[in-house]
Design a binder for this molecule. Structure first.
Ligand code: NAG
Ligand code: NAG
Ligand code: NAG
Ligand code: NAG
Ligand code: NAG
Ligand code: NAG
Ligand code: NAG
Ligand code: NAG
Ligand code: NAG
Ligand code: NAG
Ligand code: NAG
Ligand code: NAG
Length: 559
C-alpha cells in the first residue's frame, strides 16, 4: 500500500494551473442515486467519443481511510439497458477512465492475468443468449492492447466459449466454460423429447487452440439432484434445461479442478480423470460443514493460501428465489485432513440486498478485498478487518457488471494520443487523451504553423490530469495552425507523439524525426511485472499522484 497523503501538499502546489475537465465523479450524490442524472450517468470528452459510466461514491474515502486504499486500477464491464456503451472499462480509483475497450462489445469475463511471463488482459467476446449463457471467443491482449490470442472451446459439436470464466494457469493454459444443448430423457418431468443444457469445463492451450481437459457435468452429476427444476424449459434445443450452470473454474498445484455450479449450490473438486474427489455444499456435500457456511446460487469460487481457503460470492438468490436478506462475500477455511470447512469471514454489502446474479470476491495481497456486486451496480473495497474503505455506485437502473477487479496494470497503446483543438475567438484550448495509456505523467504541447506543419514549436508542459487533460493556449502571437502533444513518462522520456491537429480537425502525421524509444515506454516486447521492478515502483507512484490529485480536487467541492 502507498502513503497516499504524502503527495497532497505537492499536488496542491503543482496542479492548480490545470483543470481536469474530462471526467465527472460524484460523491454521495442523491441526484445520482435518485436517478435525476439518468439511470446510467456517463462521462464525456472532447478528444474521445468514449462514454464510460460515471461513479457515485456512496461511501467516499476520506483522510483517515485513504491511506489504507490499495493502489491499482479498477476493471469493470458495465452492461444493461441503461448503459450507454456496454463493454470493458479500466478506471483509476477516482473514477477517471484509463481504457475504453467497448469496441469489443458487451463482455462479462474481463480480467488481468500472467501469460508467458507477461501481464495480459483476458476478455470474452461474443453473444449473450437470453438463457444467461454466452457463445464466443476469448481474447488475450498484450500491454499495447494488441490481440495475441483468440481462442474458444473445441470439440463440443460447435459450442463455443461461454462468458462465465477465463482463468489462466501457471502452465499458460486457459480454463474456460462452455454450454452444450443436447437431447436428454426428461420423461421423469413429463417432458417428451427433452433437452438439457449441459455445462462444460475445458482447459485450452491458447497458443494452438487445443483442448487439454474437458469435463462435462452430466457425466458426473445427476441433473435431478440440484436446485433448478426444468420449469418451462427442457422442451427444445432453443429452450434446454440448464440444470448445473457452471460459472467458475480454478486449478490447483495438484492439477485438480475447482468447479462452481450455481444451480447445484455446490463446488466440485475434480481430478484430471474427471472423477469428483469431493463436493462442497448443495444437496450432496461430502464435506463436514460448520454453521454459517451454507451458500446458494454462488459465483467466483477461488482457492487461496495454498489451497487451505476458498473464497466465493454467495448470491443467496436468483431471479425466482431469495434465500436471505443479502448476498455476501464469503471466505471459507478448508481442512483437507478432516474433510471439513468453516467460515473464516464474510463481507456484507453496503446496500444490504440480494444480487440475484453475477458478482465476485477479490482478496488483495494486503488483506483488503474488492467485491463486485454483480447485478447490483456497486463495488466496494474493504480493509483487512472487513470495514468499508469506499463504496462506488456506477449506475442506477439496469446497469450491472459481471465482476469488478483491482489490478496493477501498466500499458502503452500502439495508437497515437488523441487531440481536439477548440478555438473561441482568440482563445484556444487543446484537449488530449490517450486511450489505455497508464504511463503518461506529463503532456508536452507544441504548435506548428501552416507553412511548416510538421515543425513543432514547444508551448508548455502540463501534468496529466485524468483521462482528458485540457491546456489553454494563451500565446496567440505565433499564429499556430496545428497543435501536437508528446506524452512524457515519469522519467520525462517521450513515449508517444500525437498527430498535428488543427481546430478544423485536419491532421498531419508526426515528423519523420519524432521517433519513440520503445525501451522508455512499456517496451516493444510486452513487459509485465517480470521486468525492471525498480521503474515499476515509480510508475505506481505517479499513478497515485494523479489519482489523489483528482480525488482531492473533487472533494474540495463537497466539503
Ligand atoms: C500494486 O502495487 C503496489 C506496490 O507494489 C502494491 O502495494 C499494491 O498492493 C498493488 N495493488 C494490487 C491491486 O495488486
Ligand atoms: C472516513 O470513512 C470511514 C468509512 O466510511 C468512516 O467510518 C469514518 O467515520 C470516516 N472518517 C471521517 C473523519 O469522516
Ligand atoms: C476471433 O476469432 C473469430 C474466429 O475466427 C473471429 O470471428 C473474431 O472476429 C475474432 N475476434 C477478434 C476480436 O478479432
Ligand atoms: C407427471 O404427470 C403425472 C400425471 O399427470 C403427474 O402425476 C406427475 O406429478 C407429473 N410429474 C411431474 C414431475 O410433473
Ligand atoms: C450426489 O451423489 C450421488 C451419488 O454419489 C450422485 O449420483 C449425484 O450425481 C450427486 N449429485 C450432485 C448434485 O452432486
Ligand atoms: C502444469 O503442468 C505440469 C506438468 O504437466 C502438471 O504436473 C501441473 O499439474 C500443471 N499445473 C497446472 C496448474 O496446470
Ligand atoms: C439499494 O439498491 C436498490 C437497487 O439499486 C435501490 O432500489 C435501493 O434504494 C437501495 N437501498 C439503499 C438503502 O441504498
Ligand atoms: C493520425 O493521423 C492518421 C492519418 O495520417 C490517422 O489514420 C490516425 O487515425 C490519426 N490518429 C489519431 C489518434 O487521430
Ligand atoms: C479568453 O480568455 C480570457 C482569459 O481566460 C478571458 O478573459 C476571455 O473572456 C476569453 N475570451 C473569449 C472570447 O472567450
Ligand atoms: C498572425 O496573424 C495575424 C492576422 O492574420 C497577423 O496580423 C500577424 O502578423 C500574424 N503574426 C505572426 C507572428 O505571423
Ligand atoms: C526534428 O527536426 C527539426 C528540424 O530540424 C528540429 O527542429 C526538431 O528539434 C527535431 N525533432 C526531434 C524530436 O528531434
Ligand atoms: C519478452 O521478452 C522476454 C525476455 O526477452 C521473453 O521471455 C518474452 O517471451 C517476450 N514476450 C513477448 C510477448 O515477446
Amino acid at each position: 500500500m502507498q502513503p497516499l497523503r504524502n503527495f497532497l501538499s505537492f499536488l496542491c502546489l503543482g496542479a492548480l494551473s490545470w483543470k481536469a475537465v474530462a471526467g465527472t465523479t460524484y460523491f454521495q450524490s442523491s441526484d445520482y442515486s435518485g436517478g435525476a442524472l439518468g439511470l446510467g450517468p456517463y462521462q464525456t470528452y472532447k478528444s474521445s467519443s468514449s462514454t464510460p459510466s460515471a461513479w457515485n461514491f456512496v461511501v467516499p474515502y476520506n483522510d483517515s481511510t485513504s491511506d489504507q486504499i490499495e493502489s491499482g486500477l479498477i476493471f469493470v464491464a458495465p452492461r444493461g439497458t441503461n448503459v450507454n456503451s456496454p463493454g470493458a472499462l479500466i478506471y483509476d480509483k477516482t473514477g477517471e477512465l484509463i481504457w475504453d475497450g467497448t469496441h469489443f462489445g458487451q463482455t462479462l469475463t474481463f480480467k488481468m492475468a500472467t501469460y508467458k511471463g507477461d501481464s495480459v488482459i483476458l476478455l470474452w467476446t461474443g453473444s449473450v443468449a437470453g438463457s444467461g449463457v454466452g457463445s464466443g471467443y476469448d481474447l488475450i491482449l498484450n500491454n499495447k492492447y494488441e490481440i495475441i490470442a483468440n481462442f474458444t472451446a473445441v470439440n463440443l459439436n460447435g459450442s463455443l466459449a461461454d462468458f462465465h470464466d477465463i482463468e489462466m494457469t501457471s502452465n499458460n493454459t486457459a480454463l474456460i466454460t462452455a454450454y452444450q444443448a443436447k437431447t436428454w430423457d426428461l420423461s421423469a418431468f413429463n417432458i417428451t423429447d427433452g433437452w438439457l443444457l449441459d455445462s462444460v469445463a475445458q482447459e485450452v492451450d491458447p497458443s494452438n487452440g487445443s483442448a487439454i481437459f474437458t469435463w462435462t457435468a452430466s457425466d458426473h452429476v445427476d441433473p435431478s439432484s440440484c436446485f433448478a427444476s426444468p420449469g418451462t424449459t427442457g422442451t427444445s434445443a432453443d429452450n434446454p434445461w440448464d440444470f448445473f450452470h457452471i460459472n467458475s473454474i480454478d486449478k490447483d498445484s495438484a492439477g485438480n479442478y475447482l468447479i462452481s455450479s450455481r444451480h447445484c449450490h455446490a463446488v466440485y473438486y475434480v481430478a484430471s480423470s474427471g472423477d469428483i474427489i469431493w463436493t462442497m455444499g448443495g444437496h450432496n456435500s461430502t464435506l463436514t460443514a460448520s454453521d454459517g457456511t451454507t451458500f446458494a446460487w454462488q459465483h467466483d469460487v477461488r482457492w487461496h493460501n495454498d489451497e487451505t481457503q476458498i473464497s466465493l460470492f454467495d448470491n443467496e438468490g436468483t431471479a425466482w428465489e431469495l434465500d436471505s436478506s443479502n448476498s455476501r462475500g464469503l471466505l471459507l477455511d478448508f481442512d483437507a485432513s478432516n474433510n471439513s470447512f468453516s467460515t473464516n469471514k464474510q463481507w456484507i454489502p453496503y446496500n444490504v440486498t440480494v444480487s440475484e446474479s453475477q458478482g465476485n470476491v477479490g482478496i488483495l495481497d494486503s488483506g483488503n478485498t474488492l467485491i463486485g456486486w454483480g447485478q447490483i451496480p456497486y463495488f466496494s473495497e474493504y480493509d483487512a478487518n472487513g470495514q468499508f474503505l469506499y463504496v462506488v455506485q456506477f449506475g442506477v437502473g439496469d446497469v450491472q457488471s459481471y465482476r469488478a477487479y483491482h489490478y496493477n496494470w501498466t500499458a502503452t497503446p500502439n495508437t497515437r494520443p488523441s487531440v481536439f483543438v477548440e478555438t473561441d475567438g482568440s482563445n484556444t484550448t487543446v484537449y488530449t487523451s490517450w486511450n489505455g495509456a497508464t504511463e503518461v505523467d506529463t503532456w508536452q504541447l507544441s504548435g506548428s504553423t501552416a507553412d511548416s506543419p510538421q515543425l513543432a514549436i514547444p508551448i508548455s508542459n502540463t501534468s496529466r490530469s485524468g483521462f482528458e487533460t485540457a491546456v489553454s493556449v494563451t500565446d496567440s502571437t505565433k499564429n499556430f495552425t496545428f497543435f501536437q502533444v508528446a506524452a512524457l513518462n515519469s522519467d520525462k522520456k517521450i513515449i508517444a507523439y500525437s498527430n498535428f491537429t488543427a481546430s478544423d480537425g485536419s491532421q498531419q502525421d508526426p515528423a519523420a524525426n519524432q521517433t519513440v524509444d520503445s525501451s522508455s515506454s512499456s517496451g516493444s516486447n510486452s513487459t509485465g511485472s517480470s521486468s525492471s521492478s525498480g521503474s515499476n515502483q515509480v510508475v505506481v507512484d505517479s499513478r497515485i499522484i494523479t489519482a489523489v490529485f483528482v480525488a482531492v480536487w473533487t472533494l474540495a467541492f463537497i466539503v
